[in-house]
Design a protein around this ligand. Structure first.
Ligand code: ZN
Length: 257
């Protein structure tokens, strides 16, 4: 299995132990490096993570982006057991695994979704509370659940939800921004960042070590990746349409073989 971002192994970022920030390795599969939608791909051994026997390729396909990206965001935010965590876009491929992982790590999760259709899925993944907020207004509901605000937020949506997310976090809290579904500029509410001394942390992809951690969590039976739907490779266009328009929970998977 391949990590989603190629790392050179020699630059300052790689030397610091942050290969997910490497800019000399060649980039990101599917964006900077073409050829991912295929049965075979030429890859660097340094970018590969061992896939244990018994772990299916469909399950493995959810790990580099879906699971490991959520894991990296939780690491960035420094989530610890007993804390409260808000996850926006909680039914998405990254969001649902952030919910599962946060629960696994002993946190209490409040999840924000846009449609009640997926509420049961998000609760089943481990959310203690779910807020259905199609308009992105959810901070009062979060404050009703955590009156001082949540310790940590995993922002999987971006511009449409960041303002309410900043209002939902306690003073001194941490916000890991991992999603950017709408590239327009966001209302960052700098007054809130200053007065509440918020830590707003970008979270980009995951490291090979975190991918290996995701593999271990799955192969040991502690984490079951959530797959929204699997399509054969020849239906890639239908899979993209489904991912863009359907209300579903988890990662959409293309099956090459
Ligand atoms: Zn590098």
């Amino acid at each position: 299995m391949l990590n989603q971002r190629l790392a050179c192994g020699n630059c300052a970022a790689c030397t610091r132990g942050e290969p997910n920030l490497c800019t000399r390795g060649g980039g990101f599969y599917g964006e900077d490096v073409a050829g991912g939608y295929a049965e075979y791909v030429i890859a660097r051994a340094s970018n590969a993570v061992h896939l244990p026997v018994g772990l299916s390729t469909q399950t493995a396909a959810t790990l580099p982006c879906g699971v490991a990206t959520g894991l990296h965001a939780l690491h960035r935010a420094g989530l610890t057991a007993g804390e409260t965590v808000l996850v926006t876009g909680a039914n998405g491929g990254v969001g649902i695994h952030a919910v599962v992982l946060a629960r696994l790590f002993g946190a209490a999760v409040i999840a924000v979704i846009r449609s009640a259709e997926v509420e049961d899925d998000v609760r089943a993944a481990g959310a203690a509370e779910v807020v259905v907020a199609p308009d992105g207004a959810f901070h009062r509901a979060v404050r009703a659940w955590a009156p001082d605000g949540v310790d940590v937020a995993i922002e999987c949506v971006g511009t449409p939800t960041i303002a309410a997310t900043l209002r939902s976090v306690r003073s001194g809290g941490r916000v890991a921004v991992v999603g950017n579904v709408d590239p327009s500029a966001a209302d960052l509410g700098l007054g809130l960042v200053i007065l509440k001394e918020l830590s707003v942390l970008g979270s980009s992809h995951a490291t090979p070590a975190e991918l290996a951690e995701a593999v271990e969590l799955v192969s040991s039976g502690r984490l079951a990746p959530v797959i929204a739907r699997t399509f054969p490779l020849e239906q890639a266009a239908e899979a993209h349409a489904f991912a863009e328009h359907a209300t579903a929970t988890g990662r959409v998977v293309l099956r090459a073989v």
